[in-house]
Design a protein around this ligand. Structure first.
Ligand SMILES: [Zn+2]
Length: 123
């Protein structure tokens, strides 16, 4: 696909901004984080009481209205799609290395047949 397509498609898994709307997008295992969210995380870490038992969350539920949380749900669903796409990319990369469906299935806790059915390329 053209260079701009994947850049348009990739979004920060935390704030849902497009990669084209941020300076840097760092890829993790199926997720991405932008430079702005990394900045927020750093602020949280710097202000964090180490004894705190609550898990820091971006965005923080406590600061959000019901409407804002509802507005966030489709973004989480979109992240799920992005993670699925990314998993597909990782499997395709392994297939490019001639790694068997058997081994991919074992890694994902599914049968060789299930792995093939889920990840075979459509072409
Ligand atoms: Zn972000």
């Amino acid at each position: 696909m053209p260079d701009t397509d994947w850049k348009d498609k990739l979004r920060c898994s935390f704030c849902h901004k497009k990669s084209t709307d941020v300076d840097k997008l760092v890829a993790g295992p199926g997720v991405h984080i932008c430079d702005q969210c990394i900045g927020l995380c750093n602020e949280i870490l710097e202000g964090e009481n180490l004894a705190s038992s609550t898990e820091p969350r971006l965005p923080a539920w406590e600061t959000m209205t019901d409407e804002q949380i509802l507005d966030h749900l489709p973004k989480i669903a979109a992240v799920q799609v992005q993670v699925d796409d990314n998993l597909r990319d990782w499997v395709a990369h392994l297939r490019g290395r001639d790694v068997s469906w058997e081994r991919i299935g074992v890694s994902l806790g599914m049968t060789r047949q299930s792995a093939w059915e889920r990840f075979k390329s459509e072409t």
